[in-house]
Design a protein around this ligand. Structure first.
Ligand code: PLP
Length: 307
């Protein structure tokens, strides 16, 4: 199907495949009142060449979803095994013939207060979603005055719906100020991540990315790119604390994430990155990444699920 009309889609909701319009939850649920939910974003890449859908690193996303549920102390955990079969079936039933974004969510239903741990329910939504234009054009970034939430406040490692209100402040401010998106620093004033994506810089030829203790989501794309840099480009990526002042001296910089894929950064705060165009490491990495996720390159780690 080729559609942007979500009403044509089936959704997996409360154990059944139901039409889009029937997948509703109550306005008084903790999920609505407090954002009491956790989710994952997974991409499926449609290949015209082999007429198949390639899902990327589903098992790793669903493992992270288990961790997020545990951290939120839900009284029922939806395991990776439980979610895998309906997720695959949802893709088949919707008969997609284009690339998709898949969002499994586990949330607190009922009418409880903010610390309610149940009843817990789940849904999976999949919608058509192509590559963002920024992946080709690059994006202009504002280093935000909003801080990425600290581990002792709202751990970024947990992919909780409510966490996105933190990055929302930064993303909106960046747009209002004329930038494409934001980069947030953490409570220690060091580089953390963007609203929905991690960051890499290349400085003096060396790629670096903030360590997993920098108040970031432990991004699956980030981990993939560290491997690709080593295996495909012969570059060892440093995982370390990154200072703000290093950003303005980088030859290259890019965001990464399931949705943002590999998005080049062409400027920080009006200062061009390198010569303000997309650099060679970024370009080579984009090629290696897209070949991997789209089913063109070999898959030595068994990261793809082909439906
Ligand atoms: C806050 C945040 N950081 C980073 C990422 C990138 O993570 P991943 O590569 O696992 O999609 C995402 C997207 O899911 C995100 O929401």
């Amino acid at each position: 199907m080729a559609t942007t009309d979500y009403n044509d889609l089936l959704v997996y909701f409360d154990g059944d495949f139901v039409p889009w319009a029937e997948a509703t939850i109550h306005i008084f649920s903790p999920a609505v009142k407090y954002g009491a939910g956790v989710f994952e974003g997974i991409r499926g890449y449609w290949s015209d060449a082999d007429e198949r859908m390639h899902l990327f690193r589903v098992a790793d996303h669903l493992r992270r979803l288990e961790y997020s549920q545990k951290m939120m102390r839900f009284d029922r955990i939806f395991t990776a095994d439980e979610i895998t079969a309906p997720l695959n079936e949802l893709i088949r039933r919707n008969k997609f013939r284009e690339s998709v974004h898949i969002r499994p969510t586990v949330y607190v239903d009922g009418t409880g207060e903010s610390a309610a741990q149940g009843p817990v329910n789940s849904f999976i939504v999949a919608i058509p979603r192509g590559t963002p234009e920024y992946v080709h054009s690059g994006c202009r970034v504002q280093v935000s005055s909003w801080q990425r939430s600290a581990d002792l406040a709202m751990p970024s490692r947990v992919k909780a719906n409510a966490n996105y209100n933190n990055s929302r402040f930064a993303a909106i401010q960046a747009k209002v100020d004329g930038y494409d998106t934001a980069l947030m620093l953490n409570a220690r004033g060091q580089v953390a991540e963007g609203p929905g994506m991690c960051i890499f810089i290349v400085r003096s030829g060396v790629p670096s990315t903030p360590s997993v203790t920098s108040s970031i989501l432990e991004s699956i794309t980030r981990a993939t790119l560290i491997d690709l840099l080593r295996d495909e480009l012969g570059l060892v990526c440093a995982e370390r604390e990154i200072d703000r002042s290093e950003l303005y001296d980088a030859e290259e910089a890019f965001f990464c994430g399931t949705l943002w894929e590999i998005t080049p950064i062409t400027e920080f705060d009006g200062i061009p990155v390198g010569n303000g165009t997309i650099g060679p490491v970024t370009k080579q990495l984009q090629r290696a990444y897209f070949d991997l996720v789209k089913g063109v390159a070999p898959d030595p780690h068994g990261w793809r699920t082909t439906l």
